[in-house]
Design a protein around this ligand. Structure first.
Ligand code: NAD
Length: 483
């Protein structure tokens, strides 16, 4: 099999690298692609290109930049199927997911910011008694460093590139070394769409090598990072001496709270999806399910039945709800949590170690596992405290509203929560008290891109969205005019 060779994209050109990293197909465990193992040298070249491109790109009108973003969206949309196939092969997710979620949302990211950049206004105030007018202006920050994870590769990368360039910045993006293919494919479309050379540079490689070179480069004043909390801690330390602007979108340990008056017909399929969509590899996935005691047994029975129907299959299987996990190391990490739960005396009701996984011979060494439901587990267990980021969810009973709010908040993370109840007052009350950047009630993952997205506590710093991303990717200045 001929290996796919990726190249860095700097100053509008594809450039080879001195060394490469193996990239695996998660559904077979085979190496199928080589990713540039870039470092300081490539970051220097990208910074030079981004610096050169900044004056002209930042002085274009929002309308002109908007047109470029729209052209890019159209080109991506025309190649939706090709991109979806590539994303599914590289990440292990089902082709259906890549086709219906990842790539359409990547297209939408460019269209959304192409539109929203046209509608920002700034403030002004007057001081007539002093003969003064004050107003604010926003200017792009400069070269934006963008670092993204492997779970929603093109989706999350474009969610950063689009607002950054719409606001007039130039960017250096570093996708995850585990999923670099669709970012490399995007580069082909940048020139075609009329993105000038140097406005978007994509540099591939590992976090410790090329990621840190980007984070510590003195000419990159801003880092937008989506990934894990320990990496965010490292980035915060490394960037502190440079006083960089940071946006950190991190992990979660997201609760679903199910009250006895919830509509279980809607709640059960939605909670299966919120626990296991994308192999449980979404920062917003539910991993702690609190169920009111009066409906606990019924819920558990129906939830386990529905989970057993959540089919694991090869990514191209249209009937599969779940594909392969990202890597062997990640699969082992996820499995280790189930072992720990067992050792603590918890019960595994379905999935790993309980049911049999059936796969074609070629895929038996792929990184697959069954969706797994754990119960009889203590709130203090690592399975209830730490982000597992795989198809594993815990179900526990609760008695009162006050108690469940306290237990739901009893983790270091605060990204997303779900509340199921037919009582409108309770929904508002509970949503208000949850320490969580996002609360979905009687639904999950319905996104309004205009509104703030992000977490509190260890789930991050800052928000993304129409206004929030614009604020982050621009500097604000107050000007006073005496007339
Ligand atoms: P990760 O932190 O290991 O890596 C994320 C990115 O950072 C990758 O590109 C990686 O190469 C890079 N990186 C790693 N070490 C670095 C360093 N020292 N300096 C600079 N860059 C470095 O995270 P991951 O395993 O790729 O992704 C999973 C995590 O991302 C989970 O915790 C998940 O919850 C989180 N996530 C959060 C959101 C959100 O919006 N809040 C969305 C998706 C994923």
């Amino acid at each position: 099999m001929e290996l796919l060779m990726l190249e860095n994209f700097i100053d509008g050109r594809f450039l080879p690298c001195h060394s490469y990293i193996d990239s695996y197909d998660p559904s077979t465990g085979e190496v199928y692609c080589k990713v540039p193992d870039s470092g300081k040298e490539e970051i220097e070249a990208a910074v030079e290109a981004a610096r050169k491109a900044f004056p002209s790109w930042s002085s274009r009108s929002p309308q002109e930049r908007s047109q470029v973003l729209n052209r890019l969206a159209n080109l991506l949309e025309q190649s939706l199927e090709e991109l979806a196939q590539a994303e599914s092969k590289d990440q292990g997710k089902t082709l259906t997911m890549a086709r219906t979620i990842d790539i359409p949302r990547s297209v939408q990211n460019f269209r959304f910011f192409a539109s929203s950049i046209l509608h920002h206004t700034t403030e002004s105030t007057q001081m007539d008694h002093l003969g003064c007018l004050h107003y604010t202006v926003r200017t792009p920050v400069g070269i934006a460093g963008l670092i993204s994870p492997w779970n929603l590769p093109l989706y999350l990368l474009t969610w950063k590139i689009a607002p950054a360039i719409a606001a007039g910045n130039t960017v250096i993006a570093k996708p995850s070394e585990l999923t670099s293919v669709t970012a490399w494919m995007l580069c082909k479309f940048l020139n075609k769409a009329g993105v000038p050379p140097g406005v978007v540079n994509i540099v591939f490689g590992t976090g410790p090598k090329v990621g840190e070179a980007l984070v510590t480069h003195p000419e990159v004043p801003l880092i937008s990072f989506t990934g894990s909390q320990p990496t965010a801690e490292r980035i915060t330390q490394l960037s502190a001496p440079f006083c960089k602007k940071l946006s950190l979108e991190l992990g979660g340990k997201n609760p679903a709270i199910i009250f006895e008056d919830a509509n279980l017909e809607d709640c059960i399929p939605a909670t299966v999806r919120s626990s296991f969509a994308n192999q449980g590899e979404i920062c917003l996935c539910t991993s702690r399910i609190f169920v009111q005691r009066s409906i606990y047994n019924e819920f558990l029975k129906r939830f386990v039945e529905a989970t057993r129907k959540w089919k694991v299959g090869i990514p191209s299987d249209p009937s599969a709800s779940m594909g392969a996990l990202i890597s062997k190391a990640h699969l082992e990490k996820v499995r280790s949590y189930i072992k720990k739960a067992r050792a603590e005396g918890a019960q595994i009701l379905c999935g790993e170690g309980v049911d049999r996984l059936s796969l074609p011979p070629r895929n038996q060494v792929g990184y697959f596992m069954l969706p797994t439901v754990i119960t009889d587990i203590k709130d203090e267990s690592c399975c209830m405290k730490e982000e597992i980021f795989g198809p594993v969810t815990c179900v526990v009973p609760f008695d009162s509203e006050e108690e469940v709010i306290r237990r739901a908040n009893n983790v270091k993370y605060g990204l997303a929560a779900t509340v199921w109840s037919g009582h409108v007052g309770r929904i508002h009350r509970v949503a208000q008290k949850l320490q969580s950047g996002l609360v979905w009630t009687n639904c999950w993952l319905i996104r309004e891109l205009n509104l703030p997205f992000g977490g509190m506590k260890y789930s991050g710093i800052g928000r993304e969205g129409a206004k929030d991303s614009h604020d982050f990717f621009t500097e604000i200045k107050t000007i006073t005019v005496k007339y």
